[in-house]
Ligand binder design. Structure first.
Ligand SMILES: Cc1cc2nc3c(=O)[nH]c(=O)nc-3n(C[C@H](O)[C@H](O)[C@H](O)COP(=O)(O)OP(=O)(O)OC[C@H]3O[C@@H](n4cnc5c(N)ncnc54)[C@H](O)[C@@H]3O)c2cc1C
Length: 403
């Protein structure tokens, strides 16, 4: 076990600075353009790949850090730069986490690098769980996976909704129901390799925020994948189903296991946006004059900033604790959910206050705070809404099946 410490190591400080420099020099100047274009920012992601920020090695190194802090520290800086571009860079990590969380060592070695490609040939991954009628309620997935034993082949049919990198990814990780009677315990995750027939992009969503990140439906129409694409393998799945039928605990379900592990990282995304808005509005409040003095000299403005600073620090402490616990123990009271819930709600509040501090300017697209406000909101929705995080926490602290 590694001790928890608020002192970052030399390596972590270097990574923090490296990501910050890229966020400041490359991402921020591009943010407005890609938000307006509402397109995937290929040139920026390619530049990130060239310096090794978008790539499997960086992700694996960060995920391998025994303190757990490297990843949230890097993500905070990335999203401080811009959340839409940040999401375009981080989107593949969810697919990678889905593979790492459920796959065999051989599957991890084969497929995680394919979610990233190389610096000169960038690829993307997508993690496909949500459906038009199943977002929070993951147990209601309708996408079906049917096994053909004679050919050792699975056939997938269904429609996935709101998928980051959906349809433009090279590797799609799809969670599907194999035995609907077992509800979420009857689900499994599959790799759909690049170029597989029957997988196509449905509608691309036009969004409120993180508009540089691509979000679309994924349609699975008689998609056939070999038995080797079932994450974890058939033997393990059969054993899990047998235990589920006997009503014995089968451990975490595939989608839930992935989301639980990634929650502190999603919190760190929101934290980066909140910090960007706080820093910007602090400087603005010192410079903007009204009634003959800087607006920060009014308690109404200064107290808003004091509140922002405190909430941001509280969020970071929860995120770091959760990230450390995920590596050095286990969540007991829904600490991962606490960190994501607190940071995402903080980001929404802080960015709204930032608009208020900038007044009319804050409401225009000439200034970045309105974009940060739009970008912040998604964090209270995806990877478990704020209500679902509270459900997880209340069940964890009570030991009861709170509905
Ligand atoms: C930009 C974007 C990117 C996304 N990327 C991905 C992705 O890459 N992969 C993926 O699989 N999904 C992705 N999603 C989907 C996302 O995870 C879901 O939208 C989210 O889980 C909420 O599901 P829903 O939209 O169906 O809302 P619903 O589940 O219909 O919820 C609607 C409202 O009801 C509340 N509610 C529901 N159940 C309860 C309850 N039991 N108690 C209290 N309140 C409840 C919710 O909190 C919410 O306020 C993405 C979504 C967006 C918008």
């Amino acid at each position: 076990m590694t001790d928890f410490s608020l002192n970052l190591s030399e390596d972590q400080i270097q990574i923090q600075k490296w990501v910050h420099d890229f966020a400041e020099g490359v991402i921020r100047p591009a943010a407005h353009e890609w938000d307006e274009r509402e397109e995937f920012p290929w040139p920026v992601v390619e530049e990130a790949a060239q310096i090794g920020l978008y790539g499997v090695d960086f992700l694996m190194n960060a995920m391998g850090d025994p303190t757990g802090l490297t990843l949230p520290v890097a993500i905070e800086e990335l999203f401080w730069g811009d959340a839409g571009i940040g999401m375009a860079i981080m989107g593949s990590a969810l697919a990678a986490a889905g593979i790492a969380g459920n796959g065999t060592p051989e599957q991890i070695i084969e497929w995680v690098p394919q979610c990233y490609g190389t610096a000169d040939d960038v690829k993307l991954g997508a993690f496909c769980v949500s459906e038009p009628d199943a977002g929070s309620d993951v147990s209601s997935l309708r996408t079906r996976a049917v096994y053909d034993e004679a050919n050792d082949e699975w056939t997938l049919n269904g429609t996935k909704a709101w998928i980051t990198n959906g349809g433009i990814a090279d590797v799609h990780v799809v969670v599907a129901s194999v035995d609907p009677e077992l509800k979420s315990k009857g689900q499994a995750s599959f790799i759909v390799p690049p170029g597989t027939k029957g997988l196509s992009q449905g509608q691309k969503y036009l969004k409120h925020g993180i508009r540089a990140s691509h979000t679309a439906e994924v349609v699975l129409d008689d998609v056939k994948v070999p038995g080797s694409c079932l994450l974890g393998g058939k033997e393990k799945l059969d054993a899990k189903f047998a235990r589920a039928r006997e009503n014995v605990s089968t451990g975490k379900q595939p989608a839930m296991a992935t989301f639980e592990a990634t929650r502190p990282s999603v919190g760190a995304q929101a934290l980066g946006i909140a910090r960007a808005a706080y820093e910007y509005s602090l400087e603005y409040a010192k410079e903007r004059h009204a009634f003959g003095r800087p607006i920060i000299m009014n308690q109404a403005i200064a107290f808003k900033l004091a509140n922002m600073a405190t909430e941001i620090d509280a969020s970071r402490l929860l995120i770091w604790r959760a990230a450390w616990l995920a590596k050095n123990g286990t969540f007991k009271n829904g600490e991962g959910s606490m960190s994501k819930w607190k940071a995402s709600e903080t980001a929404v509040r802080v960015t709204e206050d930032a608009i208020q501090i900038l007044g009319g300017y804050g409401y225009t697209r000439e200034y970045p705070v309105e974009r940060w406000h739009r970008d912040a909101k998604i964090h209270t929705i995806f990877e478990g809404t704020s209500e679902i995080q509270q459900l997880v926490i209340s069940r964890a602290i009570s030991g009861l099946r709170i509905e």
